[in-house]
Structures are given as C-alpha cells and as structure tokens.
Design a protein around this ligand. Sequence first.
Ligand SMILES: [Zn+2]
Length: 144
Amino acid sequence: MKELVQRLFSGTEYLSHKLEGDELVLELESVQEESSCPYCNLSSDKVHSRYQRKFSDLPIKGYPTTVILHCRKFFCRNQECKHQTFTESFDFIEPLESKTERLIFEILRISENNSSRKASAILADMGIKTSRATICNLKNKKIS
Ligand SMILES: [Zn+2]
C-alpha cells in the first residue's frame, strides 16, 4: 500500500487504511516541505496550522475509496500579497474539490456518450458512487 500511495498521491505518505462497509478509507499525511501561494506564487515552508481534507478517488481493487489527508495551511511570506495564509496544493486534486482529478476524468469519460442516468449506473458498477446531479455539475464546469 505504501508504494501505491506514493505513486497515486505524490507529496504524501501512507498512514493507515481500513474497510468501512464496502468502502476503503485511506489515511495519508502530506510530506511536502513547502507549497506555493496560489495568489502570488511564492513558496513557503512556514506552517500556519494543520487540517484534514476528505475526498473521493478512483476505486482501489473495486472498493470505493475515500481519502483522509492530513495537510497544512502555510503563511505567505510575501508581504505584498493580499493573502496571509494559503492551503497547500497537490497535483492530484484541485483546491476545495471533493474528487481527485483522475476520478473527475473518469466520470466525464463515462458520461460523455451516456445520459446522466446511464452514466451513474455504469459508474456505480465500477465502484464509483456519484449522483446524476453531480455528473451534470461536472459536465457544466467542464464547458464553462
Ligand atoms: Zn502570497
């Protein structure tokens, strides 16, 4: 599992995993030494606070997968920046998003040539629980 995590979630390290019902819950910790402020691009290693993110990823071995990621907020070191703090960023998920990039990609791929009702059913068979409303929202976001 350690190796898999390092491949799938760069910048993080494996802490634990457990099965909750039919769901795999992976707990990870950020090990990035620094992160760039999304507003001014200056990188910082000055930790402000710690928090947890929870998001969904592609199923692992058929199990719907939820990730709990222990990550941090940093102080921006740029005195001219309007933002004093920012949350660290990862290349596998957008800020504030509840799904990884590859999960969104897969949902959009399946829903491209299917109605949202059909897509939702196909995705459910694959271990990806997503509502028709979510599919529509993702499609609209992609267009805009
Ligand atoms: Zn900044």
